[in-house]
Design a protein. Structure first.
Length: 331
């Protein structure tokens, strides 16, 4: 699963996920309810949490969602006191719109030190490893503007760009660039930009037997059909719901049936002698746009029976073409 509040970032990531192995959600880190998706094996966050000033308070909730043996790995820039950022704040403090700019750039708490992350991890009962590395970036001076200014345009300067008009932004960057040239002089090889980054890894101790439940998730749901009805199932799961048929192991393929997957949902269709449809027991599949799915289900000739018995949950029931009950729920 991947989350990001930017629709452009989500679409770019989804396009790169050719195998459709990841469930992409347009969601901010602050609003992700990790415990609802738990227990989780691994959380990776790379150069994200510096944009979340409250992340030291957020991390314990994520740690709570990690199952036995679960791991969290994070990296944040630790260069908020470097001249590149200090000079940006200086220019902002003397700007006519300082009242807006200074709070936007005051993210000093967002990048913590290794000791801070160890404190959070150990306090939650995790094994902790944290360190810092300063990378020496050699930036090319073959640009019209100072290379450090080019470096921060799409990152550190983003809040400034969002507040100022085009004319104000040009004036701001002109003064900022003047100060950068003094702090980061151009050498024959270009400009040296030291960049400190902070890393931390936490591992939950304990075994599965020590947890409340030994069950950590569902691998797949099995439904049945009669021999020869596999194409009917392909028409529903692949044709109507848009799931992808995945190959069965050769030893199992000889038994007939078909497997389908989409995101974290996996359906195994097996051939059953004396098949009788499951009219009560059923899988529940989560969909992002239930009205569109309902339209496609109706268009394919399947029934749509809406059910509002659970407050706040939009869902309906249908069948898969051979009579098995299927629930679709919006997420």
């Amino acid at each position: 699963m991947g989350i990001d509040p930017s629709p452009q970032m989500i679409e770019t990531a989804r396009a790169a996920d050719g195998a459709d192995l990841v469930e992409w959600r347009r969601l901010s880190a602050e609003n992700w309810d990790a415990t609802r998706d738990g227990p989780i094996d691994l959380v990776v966050t790379n150069a994200v949490l510096q944009w979340v000033p409250s992340h030291l308070d957020l991390l314990p909730r994520w740690l709570e969602a990690l199952g036995p043996g679960g791991v969290i790995a994070l990296q944040v820039p630790g260069n908020m006191q470097a001249p590149a950022h200090a000079l940006m704040r200086e220019v902002a403090s003397t700007h006519p719109r300082a009242a807006e700019l200074v709070p936007a750039l005051n993210r000093a708490r967002a990048s913590a030190d290794p000791t801070d992350y160890v404190r959070v991890l150990v306090g939650a009962g995790f094994e902790a490893d944290a360190w810092e590395t300063t990378y020496m970036h050699l930036l090319s001076g073959e640009h019209d503007e100072h290379p450090v200014l080019s470096w921060v345009r799409s990152t550190g300067l983003r809040p400034v760009r969002q507040i100022l008009t085009e004319e104000e932004f040009v004036e701001f960057t002109s003064e900022y660039e003047r100060r950068l040239r003094q702090a980061y002089p151009e050498e024959p090889f270009g400009v040296a930009l030291p960049f400190r980054r902070v890393f931390a890894i936490g591992r939950r101790t304990g075994s599965v037997s020590e947890s409340v439940s030994a069950v950590v998730g569902i691998d797949h749901v099995q439904v049945a059909c009669a021999a020869g009805d596999e194409d009917v199932q392909r028409g529903f799961y692949a044709g109507v719901l848009g799931m992808t048929e995945i190959p069965k192991p050769p030893i199992l393929a000889a038994r007939g049936g078909a497997w389908f997957a989409s995101g974290q949902a996996v359906i195994h269709v097996g051939v059953e002698a004396d098949f009788s449809p499951a009219r009560k027991a059923h899988p529940c599949l989560l969909v992002p746009d239930i009205d569109e799915i309902a339209r496609r289900v109706r268009a394919a000739g399947h029934p749509v029976t809406w059910d509002d018995a659970i407050p706040g949950i939009r869902r309906f029931h249908t069948h898969d073409g051979v009579g098995n009950r299927i629930e679709l729920q919006e997420r």
